[in-house]
Design a protein. Sequence first.
Length: 264
Amino acid sequence: MKHQQLTGELQERALLYAAGALDEQERIEYSRHLEEDDCAVCQAEVLESEAAAQSLAMMLPIQTPSETVKQRLLARAEATRVVERPRAVVERRRPAFAWGGWLAAAAASVLAVLFLNLNVGLQQEVQSLNARVVQLESQITVQRTRLVSLTSADTKVVTLGGLNSTPQARGKIFRDEAARQWYFYVEGLPAAPANRAYQLWAVPATGAPASAVVFNTDASGTVMLDLPAPMVAGMIKAAAVTEEPAGGSPLPTTMAFNLLGTME
């Protein structure tokens, strides 16, 4: 019977076969399955196990196999040892051959453990790589969306210059009017002191400023943020950054701007 997909039981059986740890009847039946049933799933797993044995198996640390494999290997080794017992006379004359079956079974046990360890490690690596691919694809999608937004004819650029205690600071706001999104970038602005934070304000022609976002910079003085355009009454005339209590403030508590820029 052909198998449609690889299971843990099929994998262990292929490993035992490749390691020579099946008993004679099981080996014959499994060989028949590979040849007459032409099972591609089992054939591929056996080939992979044999290739791993030749190249990488001996480089891997030995770990405890599953209980199923352990019991099968021990039973196989014990059966080999029992078969050798009636040959006591021969054993006295040729002790090296007396232990041959036991050593072969032990070697098969070691190889099977190594095969299992290798396959588990490879499967974990594949899963890790697949997760990384998904993460990178998500990041690429975000970057593509951002690029489209930044290069859109509806996007306006506002330049902010440093003032007062942070004259070296620089910033830009990319205003996507169609999507009502801002992409905010700052450099050269030292991290706010303990229990303090920076706050970006949208300043209308008349009325109170509206908070756009409360933020802090990293150790290099940089921050990049995507945020919805703040809601204000009337047209926004300017954008400003002030230092405020941690968590932000409903209105600016100081006129000592860290950054300031005018809107078109």
